[in-house]
Design a protein around this ligand. Structure first.
Ligand code: ADP
Ligand code: MG
Length: 301
């Protein structure tokens, strides 16, 4: 098969590993920087140009779209869809999961376990917002944050009020969330491919840090999931319409709760911690499912 990896940087671990895994299985793999593509959307034959040449005869694309390029990146994925090229994740699903609030709203509707969460922009009723999550300690998040930046633990209601006021001054959308103290600074990254968890790791935040992000000094190790954790992760990915997803769970007193669903989950941490060939699993999924024009997304939100 001829497969394009949409990635800004061919030297990234995830990009290199996907290319390697595809080539090992006899496929022709091309790394395409989606930000350097341009498109012809006026003709009846949609096309994508890259380095002066049309991108033609691809059987599948694997989007690895960074959070800062969602708008243009998903437009390129959509153009491949218009050309009836199979994509590991569809553009709609990528856009949907990038919006944390949209993500939580859809997961909540499906009855998937979530931390109690409030959402606001410029409310004057800070007390009411804090009451939604039953007071402090609570977690406040900037909707646009990634890698743990913009996630704040407020231990007291006073601290919460000042942080919310400060964020309001920034004209930002914020989430206010029940603090899952019993997770003890750890979360579970469940790597889902084609409706199955293929690898899972536990990330433990650095000493004294409630955020488990590896970018914040967290450490990862292989973990065995409970059947409930497994099914929660699979349901969350399915609900978002993602075939390749990193589902992050917290172990709470009321069962696993979903924190976020990532559409371009990194491969380095998970492959190193679990020694599972996750890249190979993604290629295998494409071998099995890549059919011309097979659009699957039926999610109305
Ligand atoms: P980001 O998108 O920046 O990674 P997250 O929502 O994933 O933001 O939060 C970062 C980290 O903070 C999580 O991995 C988790 O360890 C911790 N965390 C986030 N929300 C909560 C919460 N409600 N209770 C306990 N820990 C949390
Ligand atoms: Mg996170």
């Amino acid at each position: 098969m001829k497969i394009a990896i949409l990635s800004r940087d061919a030297s990234l671990y995830s990009t290199k590993r996907l290319k390697e895994a595809g080539e090992q299985r006899g496929h022709e793999i091309k790394v395409v920087d989606h930000m350097r593509c341009y498109m012809n959307i006026t003709s009846h034959r949609p096309s994508i140009m890259y380095q002066g040449q049309p991108l033609e005869n691809f059987d599948a694309v694997i989007p690895r779209i960074g959070a800062s390029n969602t708008f243009y990146g998903t437009a390129v994925v959509r153009q491949f869809e218009m050309m009836e090229v199979f994509t590991a994740n569809e553009s709609q699903a990528i856009s949907r999961s990038r919006d944390k609030l949209r993500c939580l709203q859809i997961l909540a509707k499906e009855g998937i376990g979530l931390p109690v969460t409030g959402f606001a922009h410029s409310t004057q009723d800070i007390e009411g917002l804090i009451n939604i999550v039953n007071g402090a300690p609570l977690v406040i998040k900037l909707l646009e944050g990634t890698q743990g930046i913009g996630v704040v633990l407020a231990e007291t209601e006073q601290a919460a009020t000042s942080v919310i006021e400060a964020f309001r001054g920034l004209n930002a959308n914020i989430l206010v969330q029940e603090f899952i103290a019993e997770a003890k600074g750890a979360d579970l990254r469940c790597f889902v491919v084609n409706d199955r968890v293929v690898a899972a790791m536990k990330r433990q935040g650095a000493e004294g840090e409630f955020r488990s992000n590896l970018h914040r000094g967290g450490k990862a190790q292989k973990v065995k999931l409970t059947p409930e954790e497994r099914s929660t992760a699979v349901r969350a990915a399915k609900t978002m319409g993602l075939k390749v997803a990193g589902v992050d769970l917290l172990r709470s007193n009321h069962g696993p709760v979903v924190m976020e669903v990532n559409s371009s989950p990194g491969l380095e941490g998970i492959e190193k911690a679990t020694e599972v060939d996750v890249s190979g699993k993604i290629i295998e999924f494409i071998e099995k499912k890549a059919v011309k024009g097979a659009m699957r997304d039926r999610i109305p939100y």
